[in-house]
Design a protein. Structure first.
Length: 337
């Protein structure tokens, strides 16, 4: 009965829409039957967690999804669209990648954040450096500083709406969201290291933490669907969101990212590339709130596939969850041949 409250929220999450599988578009076609078989087998291993996969042939227009419109918490996946909003401001001349920003104590955010852990020894970063840290390294402080620089979550939401990226929401700073997930009080700079954060978390009663995660799993804020994630990746890949130079830079950062090497990246051939963004919640009381990975797989022959994988409320280990993502990537490559 330990996870009853959380699992009730999880069941609500999984029941919000009936399972659906769709294929649309024209040749070259993926093997939908093979995808159905392979992803279905993987999905069984995730129960009773909520799990979703979507695949889109960027150049052919064909798509496949397990539960296309089910809502999932994004965690750090949001840093990819955030990076696009920052670069859109650069394209419009409102921001320069070379602008230096000096951080004070009030700018720091909770882990994961090497920038916070290094402060005050290192205090000044350019916008370009913060962009690489936020999108490539998933640094929470870098993301929050950039979010404030462009006008806050409201401006990000406006950009999403302007670009018709429906069902993708970015509502909070990391320093707010991460505290909400675990029922913690407002963030304090002294909690900026992982050890200090864990110590602060341990002071929160388990019942409070479980209730907070229960609420997080069904919170519409800072969430998305596989459909919305695929549309974002498709528009980004096709230069529909940014200038060609800014698109190239963002995809380069996503390709060079060292995050999630055991997830989608581990399942693609050595001659393929992956431009991606992961999202990972901190496991607490044996439950992981969210493990995600979205990205663009480019095969050796140039074919491009947008892939989005979301897993919420899992009690599997880090290695077991990562292995599921690698298996999804292998299934996509197999179905694309």
């Amino acid at each position: 009965m330990r996870y009853l409250a959380v699992l009730m929220a999880l069941l609500a999450l999984t029941a919000c829409k009936p399972p659906e599988r769709t294929t649309t578009g024209t040749a070259p076609r993926m093997d939908a039957t093979l995808l159905e078989q392979d992803i279905g087998y993987i999905a069984k291993k995730t129960a009773p967690a909520a799990f979703d996969v979507g695949v889109l042939n960027i150049d052919g227009g064909e798509s496949w999804a397990l539960h296309a419109d089910r809502t999932f918490p994004m965690q750090s996946v949001f840093k990819a669209p955030l990076g696009a909003v920052v670069l859109a401001a650069v394209d419009q001349g409102k921001l320069s990648l070379d602008t230096p920003i000096t951080l004070t104590e009030k700018d720091l955010s909770p882990p994961y954040s090497p920038i916070s852990a290094a402060w005050p020894a290192v205090q000044t970063y350019t916008v370009r450096e913060l962009l690489i840290r936020a999108v490539g390294d998933s640094d929470n402080t870098a993301a929050d500083v950039l979010m404030r620089k462009i006008g806050g979550p409201g401006m990000v939401e406006a950009w999403l709406q302007e670009n018709r990226l429906k069902d993708m929401r970015i509502d909070r700073y990391e320093r707010e969201l991460q505290m909400d997930v675990y029922g913690m009080p407002p963030f304090r700079p002294e909690w900026r290291t992982d050890a200090a954060f864990e110590a602060a978390l341990a002071q929160v009663p388990p019942a409070t933490r479980r209730a907070a995660m229960n609420a997080y799993l069904t919170d519409p804020r800072d969430s998305t669907t596989v459909s919305a994630a695929l549309v974002f990746l498709q528009k980004l890949a096709n230069n529909e969101l940014l200038s060609p130079a800014s698109t190239k830079l963002l995809l380069q950062i996503m390709t060079q990212s060292k995050s999630g090497q055991a997830r989608l990246k581990a399942g693609i051939p050595p001659d393929a590339t992956l431009a991606h963004k992961t999202g990972t919640g901190r496991t607490d009381l044996g439950l992981n709130p969210a493990t995600n990975d979205i990205g663009i797989i480019t095969l050796k022959d140039g074919r491009r596939y947008a892939v989005a994988v979301f897993l919420a409320g899992s009690s599997l280990s880090d290695a077991e969850r990562d292995a599921l993502f690698a298996a999804v990537a292998r299934a996509v490559v197999r179905a694309a041949k």
